[in-house]
Write a protein that binds this ligand. Sequence first.
Ligand code: UDP
Length: 280
Amino acid sequence: MLYLGSALSRSPNRSRVFLFFGTDIAMSRRRRIYEGKAKVLYEGPEPGTLVQYFKDDATAFNNKKHAIITGKGVLNNRISEYLMVRLAEIGVPTHFVRRLNMREQLIREVEIIPIEVVVRNVVAGSLAKRLGLEEGTPLPRSIVEYYYKSDELGDPMVSEEHITAFGWASAQDLDDVMSLALRINDYLSGLFLGIGLRLVDFKLEFGRLYEGEQIYIVLADEISPDSCRLWDVETNEKMDKDRFRRDLGNVEGAYQEVARRLGILPEGGPKDLKGPTLMQ
Ligand code: UDP
């Protein structure tokens, strides 16, 4: 279907009106910097910024399983915005600037540290498998794990020693990462508990933000039901990507329910409306 939209150029010396058809054509005008499994990064409107576009693609088991979950990108964009803004309010530095439209957000360009930081409160997923523990067992204290980001290697678990020895991050970087991860866990655990969800575990990514002489470690990527395990406190029902990984059905319904409880269902409704997009 074609959608007709218009947007004023933001270039200072011209105020032409562009006509464009639908999101895809508008998007193709921007330089694509990187395409991942669930998101695309485009060049941003100003130096030092990027546009993060949320796709409906879902993948699992290192890309062996793939599906399109209609509306997932819209929900994740909104949920991640909400959580990043709440975290910024408590002083956690993030790459998030603002949401641009239903599928895109403006972010600061950072140098991604190639480590996935997983924080766990309850045994689930790979931890249950690796150590033969029963899923759902509460952990005596929160555990932070590191995985090296490499699709070819299947994101192997690594220790601080590997990370510093191979120069992926410095010991100082890791101190910052660890303390931010624990603060984020404390805050988000409380936030989700308030809406009847147990934050079982989640994955974070961090980046280096260069500002003049200074380098800051900031939270990057996204926080959404794609990267968290969220179980209903009353029923233990899974409200996250495990519904896709384990073929439990109604993936989008679960994501919608998370957004609904957070009070942030997208303005245009949960489905992908592919409406006109303002060009940047
Ligand atoms: N996770 C993620 N991306 C990954 C791997 C894990 O977002 O590439 C999240 C996952 O959704 C879960 C947490 O990190 O909330 C811990 O995942 P786990 O190590 O148990 O691996 P999985 O069982 O997902 O393979």
